[in-house]
Design a protein around this ligand. Structure first.
Ligand code: PRX
Length: 645
């Protein structure tokens, strides 16, 4: 067997102590409803549910519909009530090196204060609250305070632009934005509230739904921070002054816990709606089994930002519902230097480390001496998420970070799925590097062709989820038709959810996710649509037309490559390219800036006028062109190639 065929069975030692067992697969298959009911019973319910799944109004699912619970109580109070109030919930580490340890008791007080203040300003169950914050404890406290009151939160990644924030505030008609004065960027304070002010506007242009902006003092960088009287309040003068005693109510399992906007194949981001009971069940179940969580012993670290679904499920709701102790780190991995993550692992005795393949590839570039300078023996389980991991990076992770000792869980899931869907079970599954292995117990997936026929081993097809699951999205905010069209129309006849990814099974039955088959790009695990970037580019006055593709990139998975046609009057040059890249940063986020912009005289189109992105991808990735027979004018490529040099 060559090195590349090597598989990794669990050690006997790990298997003997693992939470998950092989029999779970069969048990879940035999009676899925009973299996999920059993998982849901790990939570505390104020009113126990008597029904599990109601799929009669498919694709609008209801799980545990007649049960009532409070999500924040499940994440905080119940651990305090069980005598674990002194356990650290969050070891928080600020980028400049300041730290805070927050116990479950303290978290309960903080969440209660925020809940009392939110009630005092008139927020009511069902209202939406936007959260635009760096990774500070108050962001998590705000999310939990919303959950406690049945307010639906909408976290907007603090790296998004003010235009992106405004679109999300308006779409959700949020009444409040919680933010910070500034955020640290590699040791330097950078303004953040300024972006909120710009987003919310004034006078005729003011965001109509907004009543309050609550500001956490983080950087204290600006003695003249602009302030809108009546609208803006400091967290320290309001939330901090509120009572730490708050009596929670219970809400229906189907009550919308949060919205999270994500990119689709068309221009405007969609607000994915998640439920309370079903979502929390899946978060808790996967956290326990996929991360093999040992309460009171493990120190868990998910390196994602709360602006993405990974941060929602595996920084907030999964770990806290399980009573975990976790790391929350505010900054970047190379601030102040490339040792940062390894210092944290060493200092806090991190046992479980969950990150993105792009970061692993970055660590590889920095060199093994950096992790090699640290004692990483506290680690016992590693995880990856966000994009396919190449086998070479997998093996490096296993060897250099995991000391050839730690199982790796490659977890495939989406904003829409709420929690892990495909992943190995540590202690059970023999892993093939690069493969997410297969559906978890209780989850069902197929790989099919255009007509929904299952494909034989080795053939690439569409990944579909053919059975509902508790953490599934309940819709797109305000747009039930778009929900049906986007996810359920491709295989409407069969009633399957179309994930948008391509996949295949290998000869050992391992499932390989091959990336998106639609016009969604994946850059460093961030989901960005080609249409969004194109519309930002054409918003520049010099641009007549733009086509954007995701080209393979060694570090970031994919890199954004744009091809633009200029207006007659425009003057090409570096300055213009910089302006166009900036336009994308302003309209969306700096993370969406194209890696490369090519000014071209023409774009390859079919007779019906559709841009042939596949061919542009061939060009960007330096391949020979595929089939060009449906092109109107194949000679455009000569022109494109000569422009690229
Ligand atoms: O293409 C898949 C890829 O990320 C997409 C979902 O992106 P998002 O909603 O932003 O959620 C990311 C974090 C859950 C998927 O459609 N993806 C995610 N995890 C993996 C993956 N591709 C391959 N392997 C994975 N483990």
């Amino acid at each position: 067997m060559s090195n590349t065929d090597q598989v990794y069975p669990p050690s006997a030692e790990f298997a003997a102590q693992a939470n998950a067992t092989a029999e779970m697969y069969q048990r879940a298959k035999d009676d899925p409803n009973e299996f999920w009911a059993e998982q849901a019973r790990q939570l505390s319910w104020d009113t126990p549910f008597s029904t599990v799944l109601d799929w009669s109004d498919a694709p609008f699912a209801k799980w545990f519909a007649d049960g009532k619970l409070n999500v924040a109580v499940n994440c905080v109070d119940r651990h305090v009530d069980a005598g674990k109030g002194d356990r650290v919930a969050i070891h928080w580490i600020g980028e400049p090196g300041d730290t805070r340890d927050i116990t479950y008791s303290q978290l309960k007080d903080e969440v209660s204060k925020a809940a009392n203040y939110f009630t005092a300003i008139g927020l009511q169950t069902g209202d939406r609250v936007a959260i635009y914050m760096p990774m500070v404890p108050e962001a998590i406290i705000t999310m939990l305070a919303c959950a406690r009151l049945g307010l639906t939160h909408s976290v907007v990644f603090a790296g998004f632009s003010s235009a992106a924030l405004r679109a999300r505030v308006d779409d959700a008609a949020a009444k409040v934005v919680v933010t910070t004065d500034g955020q640290y960027r590699r040791g330097e304070p950078a303004p953040l509230k300024a972006a909120v002010d710009e987003a919310l506007g004034t006078g005729d242009d003011a965001a109509p739904s907004i009543e309050k902006v609550i500001v956490v003092r983080r950087t204290n960088h600006d003695p003249d921070l602009p302030w809108v009287d009546g609208r803006d309040v400091w967290w320290e003068d309001t939330v901090e002054e509120s009572s730490p005693v708050h009596e929670p109510e219970a809400f229906d399992a189907e009550h919308p816990l949060f919205l999270l906007y994500t990119s689709g194949t068309t221009g405007s981001p969609k607000g994915i709606v998640h439920s309370s009971g079903g979502y929390l069940t899946q978060a808790n179940y996967t956290f326990h089994n996929v991360f093999d969580h040992k309460e009171g012993r493990d120190v868990f670290w998910c390196t994602a930002d709360i602006g993405w679904v990974t941060g929602h499920t595996y920084i907030v709701y999964g770990p806290l519902s399980a009573g975990a102790t976790e790391i929350v780190y505010e900054g970047t991995p190379n601030s102040p230097d490339e040792h940062r993550h390894f210092n944290i692992i060493e200092k806090y005795g991190v046992t479980t480390y969950y990150t993105a393949p792009t970061l692993i590839r970055t660590f590889m570039k920095w060199g093994r001496e950096i992790p090699g300078a640290h004692d990483l023996t506290s680690l016992r389980l590693l995880g990856t998420v966000g994009e396919p991991i190449n086998p070479e990076a997998w093996r490096w992770y296993y060897d250099v970070i995991g000391g050839n000792r730690c199982p790796i869980v490659d977890t495939w899931w989406q904003t829409e799925t709420g929690g892990h869907m495909l992943a190995p079970l540590p202690g059970v599954t023999t892993c093939t590097p690069g493969s997410a292995m297969g559906p978890l117990p209780g989850i069902s997936a197929k790989i099919v062709d255009d007509n929904g026929n299952e494909l034989p081993t080795g053939e690439q097809g569409y990944l579909v989820l053919d059975q509902p699951w508790p953490g599934m999205l309940r819709g797109i905010w305000g747009d039930p038709q778009r929900f049906k069209d986007t996810y359920w129309s491709r295989f409407a006849e069969q009633g399957w959810y179309f994930a948008g990814d391509g996949a295949r099974y290998d000869e050992n039955g391992a499932l390989w996710v091959l990336g998106r088959v639609d016009d969604v790009m994946n850059v460093s695990g961030h989901r960005i649509s080609t249409a969004e970037v194109e519309s930002a580019l054409v918003a520049h006055p010099a641009v007549a037309e733009a086509a954007v593709i995701g080209a393979a990139d060694e570090t970031t998975g994919q890199g954004i490559v744009a091809f633009v046609i200029l207006m007659e009057h425009a003057t090409p040059g570096d300055e213009l390219i910089a302006e166009m890249r900036n336009q994308v940063a302003v309209d969306i986020s700096p993370i969406a800036k194209p890696r490369e912009i090519n000014i071209v005289p023409e774009l390859p189109k079919t007779r019906s006028g559709k841009i042939m992105r596949r061919l542009l991808k061939d060009v960007a990735e330096g391949r020979e062109l595929g089939d060009t027979s449906t092109l109107v004018d194949p000679s455009v490529f000569e022109a494109i190639r000569s422009q690229r040099g």
